[in-house]
Design a protein around this ligand. Sequence first.
Ligand code: SAM
Ligand code: DTB
Ligand code: SF4
Length: 340
Amino acid sequence: MDREGLAAMNSLVDVQASQQSDLRHDWSVAEVEALFALPFNDLIFQAQNVHRRRFDANEVQMSTLLSIKTGGCAEDCAYCPQAAQYQTGVEADKLMSVAKVVAEAKAAKDGGASRYCMGAAWRELKDRDVEAICDIVKGVKDLGLETCMTLGMLTGPQADALAGAGLDYYNHNIDTSPEYYGEIITTRTYDDRLQTLDRVRSAGMKVCCGGIVGLGEGRRDRAGMLVTLANMAEHPESVPINMLVQVEGTPLHGTDKLEPLEFVRTIAVARIMMPASMVRLSAGRETMGDEIQALAFLAGANSIFCGPKLLTTANPTQPRDEALFDKLGLKPMPAHSHHA
Ligand code: SAM
Ligand code: DTB
Ligand code: SF4
């Protein structure tokens, strides 16, 4: 290598090293509350700066969701229309066939999705379903899509089996702060969640982990949730920030709505704390105006769920999202270019 080549290489190594060193894992809740309390313009400016160091600020990664096993869930998550004990009108269904899932995934790919996320309303994955789930992963991967699954709690060997089948991401949300968790779910603990996340990491899969705001939690809980995420040994590669979709029949239906600009602040703080992660403007877009979505992108969100349905509730249709992207000059992020 000539001298210029070596200099260029060294400066690249320096940039990479300085980018690594700005990934912190020692946040305190008080410090994060101080970020939340910044003047709005200062917070958004800081988040944009962090975002632009690693990402093209006009690119948004698109994932599509499919519920491969709907309803009848044994857990009591107070936000969830799929919990068996709430009367929400969601019918319990069996696990979808491999052929049906692959056909749905192909349609999503044709619609521009780069990642296919499949969710099951299970408390935990059962060993008897592992083979069918692995076949689904292989079928969707063969289409050239990235794969993500969310199936509830996993044992170590189950996580290894999913990784072996080629599953790229596992989604498992911590939902809220450790202090507020017991108000929302009583059938499992925060530690159960963290244990599954450890198993996903140990198996070598990428982690998709985030939470929900608008559950009636306080700002301190939003800060506490982000501290849990950012203080993990490695930041989750993907951080979905969901705005509660209020569903009639769930205990949280009728909860005071979160102020939309507080939602934008949560995205901005997540971006600042986890600069290299994909931050997803997740559930809740259906009832959000273009203005709040535009602010969320400005605050550093760079991923969305596209397609007319999340798991059981509505999401903006493709024409509506295309119109939004046109207005904002946004473009879909190409597959496999997501990691800063
Ligand atoms: N049963 C598995 C589990 O809970 O891990 C996977 C499916 S579960 C429906 C996936 C995630 O969706 C939950 O962790 C929660 O964060 C989110 N979610 C569920 N219902 C929601 C709602 N009404 N509004 C916003 N997010 C919701
Ligand atoms: C995530 O954080 N949000 C998605 C996905 N991961 C699985 C689910 C949102 C579900 C919203 C309610 C519903 O449609 O049932
Ligand atoms: Fe079940 Fe997941 Fe819904 Fe909780 S969020 S009730 S675990 S489907």
